[in-house]
Write a protein that binds this ligand. Structure first.
Ligand SMILES: *[C@@H]1O[C@H](CO)[C@@H](O)[C@H](O)[C@H]1NC(C)=O
Ligand SMILES: *[C@@H]1O[C@H](CO)[C@@H](O)[C@H](O)[C@H]1NC(C)=O
Length: 345
């Protein structure tokens, strides 16, 4: 009930904003002072009872955290961020707001370290929306919105950005994930991604974790998952991929691949041996649950290598439904090119 009455007040035009402005004539004093780590007085709790944004101090030593609830439009947020006077903010969290377009300079040029904007009906993001945070933003969460098209290049100058979450949006195609120098974690889970262009990730030199779970991938062109970083993992479960063949071409093979619930039927040695060798080195696994594998002579290379096959999780054969780990290597000895190994005794 309380929340509803706040919303109603703000619906009556910019009333709540103009009131704040009147309260706070000296706002320009902090212009460009990125060392100030104090809440602006106009956003302190109880300063303006109707403000959708409230600033909290002292969570950490010098930390300031701004929380906004129920913003009615992007312009309303921009009016507030402009008033902050280009300040350094540790975290900004926006909830239950209507921000269909993240407009130009939305964050008012302030430098913000962590930006949470989950579930605010965002459709589009202007490339300058986050300007001002280039040297500070470490984590940006835009998950659970309606973004269909995203220009990753907008973050190319964001030297500290390590985690970008675009999960639970409506992306259908990844042409290029930009050149975000320090990006370690990229979440793209639960979108509608059908297409990834060759080399889409090949400028993300720091990438360690790529999450493409729950998308609509039916095929991957050569080099679609070429990643230059020396050590990375791929989460790609719940797509409809028949194979990962050629996907890593020219890049580094991930040491952990979670490919459960795809449409993989064949485990070709040249595709999956490098993955398993990486898993073995790192103590990771290749996850294959929910794929129906053909356990014919094509998997002899795996079945007969007891050491290697331990690094496959839940690889189940169609028909017999037996786990590859339980197959008898002896039964594959007649496959061409396979000699009985002492290991199998
Ligand atoms: C998303 O936000 C709406 C209101 O803006 C709310 O009703 C809904 O519960 C939120 N969903 C999640 C998953 O947080
Ligand atoms: C099993 O595979 C590993 C990794 O490729 C290899 O080093 C080892 O020699 C193989 N063992 C046999 C018995 O083929």
């Amino acid at each position: 009930m309380f929340k509803i009455s706040i919303l109603l007040f703000c619906v009556l035009g910019v009333l709540c904003l103009t009131q704040e402005e009147a309260d706070e004539p000296g706002e320009d004093d902090t212009k460009d002072d990125l060392s100030v780590l104090e809440c602006p007085p106009f956003l302190l709790k109880n300063a303006t009872p109707l403000s959708p944004c409230i600033c909290h101090e002292g969570l950490d030593d010098d930390a300031i955290f701004i929380e906004c609830n129920g913003l009615l439009a992007p312009k309303q947020l921009k009016q507030i961020t402009m008033k902050l006077g280009r300040r350094r903010i540790d975290a900004l969290e926006i909830k239950e707001s209507n921000l269909p377009h993240l407009i130009r300079q939305l964050l008012g040029g302030n430098a913000i370290e962590t930006i949470f904007m989950r579930n605010n009906s965002i459709n589009s993001v202007d490339p300058t929306a986050f300007a001002g945070s280039e040297n500070l933003a470490q984590r940006i969460d835009l998950s659970a919105n309606n973004i269909q098209d995203f220009k990753f290049e907008m973050f190319n100058q964001f030297s500290e950005l390590t985690v970008l979450n675009l999960g639970e949006n409506k992306l259908t195609k990844i042409t290029s994930a930009g050149q975000i120098q320090n990006l370690h974690v990229l979440y793209l889970y639960m979108n509608k991604i059908e297409t990834i262009e060759p080399g889409a990730f090949n400028l993300l030199e720091g990438l360690e974790y790529l999450d493409l779970r729950w998308n609509d991938l039916k095929q991957l062109p050569l080099g679609a998952l070429t990643v230059p970083s020396p050590r990375w993992q791929l989460r790609i479960r719940n797509n409809e991929l028949p194979t990962l063949e050629g996907a890593f071409q020219g890049g580094v093979v991930p040491f952990l691949v979670e490919a459960s619930y795809n449409s993989i039927t064949q485990l070709k040695e040249e595709v999956y041996r490098p993955v398993l060798e990486g898993a073995m080195t790192e103590g990771a696994q290749l996850y294959l649950e929910g794929n129906l594998l053909q356990c014919d002579c094509d998997v002899a290379w795996l079945v007969t290598n007891i050491t290697l096959r331990r690094f496959v999780d839940n690889a189940v054969c169609s028909g017999s439904m037996s786990n590859i780990q339980d197959l008898m290597p002896e039964e594959f000895e007649t496959c061409q090119g396979f000699e009985p190994t002492t290991e199998s005794v």
